[in-house]
Design a protein around this ligand. Structure first.
Ligand SMILES: [Zn+2]
Length: 145
């Protein structure tokens, strides 16, 4: 996990200051709802962050329009990353909450070019609880929708 964690209040976080041009950034593109810029912590060359222009902490705080706009910008940037950096693969990562791996409390998505042996790892402790448990989980989610 990254060492940097920004716990600034809403409107004063590093991405809000970046969006307001109060701090410099290597901007890739921007539109009404999003902005895309180079991650200062470049995990691999071409690593971009796509953030909402408005401060919203997590996925639960963005509007459906902002969520869609972030994904559209991420796709646009990912295609550019493919052209400009020619990675063997590409990972999109969007984290929510400290336990989820979020280090800046302003909604954003990572666009990460991937290469064989790039050292990036996501532990995925697979479990197979069985069909009935899956049905129960699905029922809980249907009830919550
Ligand atoms: Zn912010």
């Amino acid at each position: 996990m990254p060492m940097f964690v920004d716990t600034s209040p809403p409107g004063e976080c590093i991405f809000c200051r970046l969006a307001a041009r109060q701090i410099p950034a290597a901007l890739v593109c921007e539109d009404e709802l999003t902005l895309a810029f180079m991650d200062i912590g470049q995990v691999t060359p071409g690593h971009v962050l796509v953030a909402t222009r408005r401060h919203a902490a997590t996925l639960a705080d963005v509007t459906p329009e902002e969520a869609a706009a972030v994904m559209q910008t991420a796709r646009r940037v990912a295609l550019a990353v493919q052209t400009a950096f020619d990675p063997a693969g590409l990972t999109l990562l969007q984290a929510n909450g400290a336990v989820g791996g979020q280090t800046v409390g302003h909604f954003h998505m990572h666009v990460v070019p991937r290469h064989e042996g790039d050292g990036i790892a996501l532990s995925w402790p697979r479990k197979e609880p069985g069909a009935q448990v899956l049905q129960d989980y699905a029922a809980r989610l249907r009830a919550a929708l």
